[in-house]
Design a protein around this ligand. Structure first.
Ligand code: ADP
Ligand code: MG
Length: 688
């Protein structure tokens, strides 16, 4: 960080520093306790907080305030209200009250509700989430005070992504406290931590504007792979071009002002692909911050004549983009997934580790469900890491330890004694070996788990909500088992961990997730392989799954049903839109160009024959035969996708689109380059 960024870091956040400056001491202390320790909010301080927040916001040039929330579209929403209110003729005051701060009412009828909100009850309600600080969003002509809120229906049913996330954090916190008590640990604040690595593509804006597919669907439905793309691995971690560096610097400046700890920036594997990783934070804040990161990337790109593509697979044939979610649980200052130096700490670590193994094995389908989307289907299981089959990678050392626990036999690690839980410590786990397998969807990386299946455009909220809930359930199950036993704690624990590992070790996989044998092997192990979104959202119908979320108060039956409906609708709409866009481009942009070129050739051939030309005729004829066949093919494929669209079956549309794409991509190499109606991959993917 430069000196200036040190000074401006967090300047656009109603931070502890700003609170202390603008709020009375006791009010500030209460609000800070809410933020840091999850204490309940005392409603009587709302007015005082509102006044201080208003003063701070006005000082920072804000003219409006908004409740900022995350509807089930997966994006963010805001409706601005001016601070300004008339006070007599030609006079105005700037108003903002505790009521404005705490709650809002908004027309929810245009946000997806999946049937949770009946049409006569169109209102939705936003409620302040004081655990995520208010911030200022700047634009060219001013600024807006953004108040992070949850969003729900009149009945209290969640209409957003944040409410279930907060509920799931509570569930996992309670379960963690319960288990830590069994280890004799004093009560401490539990926080779930998240560090989300964000991948994205950048392309020049003029190219983007000439691609109706990118404009309307976020990905290219046509485009032949360029001769050179990522084969030489020369982009990954390569030196960053000055133009991109300028963009990244501006992104970081904006993020640092918002108190978002952007830390790492680098080129990714595909050409024109990049990554930004912040330092991990409390999960609620990290999820909000990731939404702000995505928006900042888009806005800053625009200001630089670029477009930031957050789609999971904007370009066929090169890597897609993910959002690796690094997740852990902290108990007070202590990271529960740090193996720990003492035997007792080691026992805690192994117990929590076993809880994760159990959770992921029992609920692999739910984790897969949590990352299902039309865009992400192009990554998961489609010749790209990670596969659609959920498994856990532990690294060699930890795998050996688990094996020892499982078999009760000494591993090759020390040769002599079996590791005793609560008596022995773990061998040191070298970090590099834990991170070697990049194909695993769920990897232990030294002191945290990295869930690599989430897609680049997805909010982290859904996957993290599921992860928290299934882990809460697993920790509780372990506590229940320990409660039911009476003997020596360490012995009982060792037996329990042994049983758990034996039962759930099928979820552990260190091999190549791309490997051709893995799907067969996974099927033998009974692991689910949910290939596309339609399959992946089915677990939401399973009564046992519904009961699990209801038990932890994360989703009611109704909320789960609504989310299933929204996921299906979103998927089907997106596939339908893509199909229509592909058909329109093929018919109205590609076909005329091919037809023109073909008829020009036909004329030239006729003329050449008339003139009795001895050379060139062969070449012309060969080309015209190829173009003619392509033209016929294009016609057939267009008819097919048209029929599939009329039928409306997503899988049918996808198949027809795939076929159409092959034809168009072939034609791209045949037609005069200057006539091709859209920018090509080789133009878009290399930024100069
Ligand atoms: P790399 O994956 O490049 O080796 P790191 O493993 O250091 O980098 O970090 C990747 C991400 O994981 C970062 O966002 C980092 O802040 C986050 N992370 C590190 N520790 C934790 C933790 N205890 N909980 C959650 N995320 C973490
Ligand atoms: Mg990583």
């Amino acid at each position: 960080m430069t000196d200036t960024s040190l000074k401006t870091y967090g300047a656009d956040v109603f931070s502890e520093k700003a609170m202390r400056r603008h709020l009375e001491k006791t009010v500030a202390a209460k609000l800070i306790a809410v933020m840091n320790e999850g204490k309940p909010l005392d409603p009587s301080i709302a007015d005082a907080v509102a006044q201080g927040m208003k003063a701070w916001a006005l000082e920072n040039g804000a003219t409006h305030f908004t409740h900022w929330f995350q509807p089930m579209t997966g994006g963010t929403a805001e409706k601005h209200d001016a601070f300004l209110e008339p006070a007599g003729v030609a006079q105005a005051v700037q108003k903002f009250s505790g009521r404005n701060l705490i709650g809002g009412e908004t027309d929810a009828s245009s946000f997806p509700s999946g049937g949770l909100r009946s049409t006569f009850e169109a209102r939705g309600y936003t409620a302040w989430d004081p655990t995520s600080p208010a911030f200022i969003k700047r634009h060219e002509n001013g600024a807006t005070l953004c108040i992070p809120t949850v969003f729900c229906a009149y009945t209290g049913a969640a209409l957003d992504m944040k409410t279930p996330l907060l509920r799931s954090v509570q569930a996992v916190s309670r379960a963690t406290e319960r288990l830590m008590k069994k280890f004799g640990k004093p009560k401490a604040h539990v926080s779930v931590t998240l560090g989300a690595e964000q991948e994205y593509f950048l392309i020049d804006r003029p190219f983007y504007l000439k691609r109706p597919d990118l404009l309307q669907t976020g990905r290219t439905v046509f485009g032949a792979a360029p001769a050179k793309h990522q084969q030489l691995d020369d982009h990954y971690f390569g030196s960053i071009r000055p133009r991109i560096l300028k963009f990244m610097t501006e992104v970081e400046d904006a993020l640092w002002r918002l108190g978002i700890p952007a830390k790492t920036r680098h080129n990714e594997v595909a050409p024109a692909q990049f990554e930004l990783a912040p330092m991990f934070e409390d999960i609620n804040l990290a999820v909000d911050h990731n939404m702000m990161i995505m928006e900042t990337l888009r806005r800053t790109a625009e200001a630089n004549g670029l477009v930031c593509l957050l789609h999971e697979k904007p370009f066929e044939g090169v890597n897609g983009s993910g959002k690796h979610c690094n997740w852990s649980i902290a108990y007070g200052e202590r990271n529960l997934f740090s193996p720990g130096a003492s035997p007792r700490d080691n026992a805690i670590f192994l117990t929590f580790l076993s809880a994760i193994i159990r959770a992921v094995d029992l609920h692999a389908d739910l984790l897969r469900m949590s990352v299902a989307s039309a865009g992400n289907d192009h990554r998961l299981g489609a010749n790209e890491a990670p596969p659609a089959i959920i498994s856990i990678f532990l690294g060699d050392e930890l795998t050996a330890v688990m094996k020892e626990i499982e078999t009760g036999e000494a591993g090759r690690r020390r040769g002599k004694t079996v590791m005793k839980v609560g008596v022995d410590t773990l061998p040191p786990l070298p970090k590099d070996t834990t991170d070697r397998n990049r194909t695993s969807p769920f990897a232990f990386t030294g002191n945290k788990f990295e869930f690599r299946a989430p897609g680049s455009s997805q909010s982290c909220a859904a996957s993290q909500t599921v992860l928290n809930t299934i882990v809460a359930e697993s920790i509780d199950a372990i506590c229940d088992k320990l409660d039911a036993r009476g003997g020596d704690f360490n012995t009982e624990l060792q037996l329990l961990l042994q049983r758990l590992t034996r039962k759930h070790n099928r979820i552990l996989f260190s091999g190549d997730g791309y490997g051709a044998d893995w799907p067969g092997e996974a099927a033998k192990r009974g692991l689910p392989n949910l290939r596309d979104t339609l399959e992946a959202i089915e677990p939401m119908d399973n009564p046992a799954n519904r009961a699990l979320f209801a038990k932890y108060g994360v989703f009611s039956e109704g909320e789960m049903a609504s989310r299933r409906e929204i996921a299906q609708e979103d998927y089907e709409s997106r596939i339908l839109i893509e199909g229509k866009v592909a058909l329109e481009i093929a018919r109205s942009m590609i076909r005329p160009v091919v037809a023109d070129e073909f008829s020009r050739l036909a004329t030239a051939i006729g003329q050449a024959k008339k003139d009795g030309l001895k050379v060139g005729l062969r070449g012309l004829t060969a080309l015209s035969l190829k173009l003619g066949a392509g033209l016929d093919d294009l016609h057939v494929k267009c008819e097919k996708i048209e029929k599939a669209i009329a039928k409306g079956s997503p899988r049918g549309i996808l198949k027809a689109q795939d076929d159409l794409r092959k034809t168009v991509d072939k034609l791209e190499h045949l037609v005069d380059d200057t006539k091709w109606p859209m920018p090509k991959y080789r133009e878009m993917l290399f930024i100069y």
